[in-house]
Write a new protein. Structure first.
Ligand SMILES: *[C@@H]1O[C@H](CO)[C@@H](O)[C@H](O)[C@H]1NC(C)=O
Length: 238
């Protein structure tokens, strides 16, 4: 039986958002040769919606995006454990079912709204505090704040018109996301990938952040990757 063992592991790791050793990722292949087209820098945040480390990371990245948002292709990928015994999500989220719901709400917002909208939606959830993230009333309030017409939009259809996070599409987005996270080797929330490289982890404190962990450090690293990805075809506007 594997579940009791996993439960035991979960018991010992409950104090942090995760506990598995950090692994450096290799850079995925990029197209360096499309000279006429700007290539944005892929930035991936490995997160859990109700994790304090993720909330902190996302507030740091709010400052980063204000400076180099135009150069970045941002995405969120969520950590969780596939669990066929979980009746609602089929996933166990470390900070409870509300977190699974929050993950689904955010994934649906990401899929169906432009970045400036979904990013403000995520920031709004975070601003309510970690114990509020994922509650239907929080999602609806934040949808209002960023002008997502929840019940009549694709976001609401995806995540559930009642904002429960149990919409069919949203549930499959969550399962997909958890598997992608795993395949990327992300084991801690928050893990920051810039152009395929894990450059920093926030896990109670900052860890494995060779290039630094302030907004200015991430801005610098993004500018460096942007220059690499775009070669001489685009003026490096650092
Ligand atoms: C799987 O889900 C069930 C029901 O929610 C829960 O009791 C159990 O602890 C979960 N298992 C793991 C490994 O998280």
């Amino acid at each position: 039986m594997v579940y009791p063992l996993l439960g035991l592991i979960a018991l010992f790791t409950a104090g942090k958002c995760s506990s598995v050793p950090f692994k450096v990722q290799t850079t995925p292949e990029q197209d360096y040769f499309e000279a006429d087209k700007e290539v944005k820098v892929p930035v991936v945040l490995g997160v859990m919606s109700a994790c304090p480390d993720a909330i902190l990371c996302e507030s740091v990245f709010d400052h980063v995006l204000q400076q180099v948002g135009e150069k970045v292709d941002l995405s969120l990928t969520f950590l969780g454990t596939l669990n066929s015994s979980d009746p609602d999500f089929g996933i166990t989220c470390m900070h409870g079912p509300n977190e699974c719901a929050g993950n689904v709400q955010e994934l649906c917002a990401v899929k169906y709204t432009p970045r400036d909208v979904w990013w403000r939606f995520v920031q709004c959830q975070n601003f309510q505090g970690r114990y509020e993230v994922g509650k239907p009333e929080t999602a609806l309030k934040c949808a209002d704040a960023v002008e997502i017409d929840w019940p009549n939009s694709d976001v609401g259809q995806c995540a559930g018109v009642d904002a429960s996070g149990k919409g069919k599409e949203g549930l499959s987005l969550l399962r997909e996301s958890v598997q992608v996270t795993k395949s990327l080797g992300i084991e801690k929330s928050c893990t920051i990938l810039i152009n395929g490289n894990a450059v920093c982890v926030r896990d109670g404190s900052w860890k494995d952040c060779e290039g630094g962990h302030t907004p200015a450090d991430f801005v610098r690293q993004i500018n460096e990757e942007y220059a690499k990805l775009n070669g001489d075809s685009v003026q490096a506007s650092v």
